[in-house]
Design a protein around this ligand. Sequence first.
Ligand code: ADP
Ligand code: MG
Length: 391
Amino acid sequence: MINKVVVARAPGRVNLIGEHTDYNEGFTLPLAIERYTTVQLQRLPLDSNASRFHSVALGQSAWWTPDGKSFLSAATTLSSEPSAPATANDSAPPWSKYVAGVIHQFAKLGLSIPPFELSIETDVPLGGGVSSSAALEVAVAMAMQQLLVTHLDGLAIAQLCQRAEHEYAGVPCGLMDQLSSVFGRTNELMLMDCRTNQLEFIPASSELAFIVINSRVKHNLADGEYRQRRQQCEAACRLLNVASLRDIDVSRLEAAQSKLPEVVYRRARHVVSENARTVQAAECLKAGQWEQVGQLMNASHTSMREDYEITCPEIDTLVALAQEIRVDGGVYGARMTGGGFGGCIVILGKATHADAIAEQVVTAYRAATGIQADTFTTRPAAGAWELCSNV
Ligand code: ADP
Ligand code: MG
């Protein structure tokens, strides 16, 4: 029998500026990173009763059946058989829902899904704010297209993955992560208009480095707080009588301050001012004004800390240590990146100084907190791709 083997690879992303703006129909300025999730998919005989997923990073396997039952085994190889009876989908391991969610979306398109095994490898840090979840979803979706001999355009793939994350993983995310992973381009950032989903590609000078430092801290309140921020933004829109926070600017918001409870006002001020900063940062990037981009990143971090309240002490320490280095030491600006309450920071730095900057911040962070941070430096990377061969 000819067996189809598919390999698909999708990058994580780092958001330079424009945080919590995507679900407010605003602007973001991410880049895909040189860190990828790779999946290898191989068909199983048609009479196999389940598909198997294996995550190398977690050393776990899950078995999945199209009727929605899936269960976890601690097996570390793909060839091991399930060691426990199937249980309801509710008890499936959380990570397997990202995979099953994507497959269900293809099934919803009316496509019949043959049994297969899927092995997942990644060097994107999990839960670090650089979007391992979208990298996983997009890689699985690209592989499924090959398996099912179907083709969706890039926007449809990103939206399918977003629906999977909403409906199966229970995370009400915006579309930035999936769009970045699909559409990333080497050496270019993407200014995303999250109302129209239009992308403007902006070249990143080779003089720039994007230094990512993972705080190795993740506070559990992230999910609940994310939902609450979304609800507060919706409340602000109702009280301001606008369709989305995209529709107002800072002066109009200030004029309407008395209509909003104090906390809701600050949440709205973050989003509205962040949209303005993001558009301006894109302009400055095009004009080669790196220092201004850095200042906008610093202001973004202050806004996330004071108004949106999504940072945490460890992240604030990391950002302060990076900002202290200043332009003389090669740092234009620094901010937390991603949903918040831990995860990674991104530093816009001079490429010639990248290693020294990373070492200095990591050493000072260890001295301040006792935590050994992970770090990598990246240039904007190409988006997802897949390869198919018959063996
Ligand atoms: P981020 O997307 O910033 O990394 P999320 O909390 O959105 O953080 O997604 C992280 C989750 O995605 C992990 O906890 C896990 O459930 C799932 N995930 C991502 N990559 C993998 C992988 N390679 N193997 C298994 N699960 C993964
Ligand atoms: Mg994610």
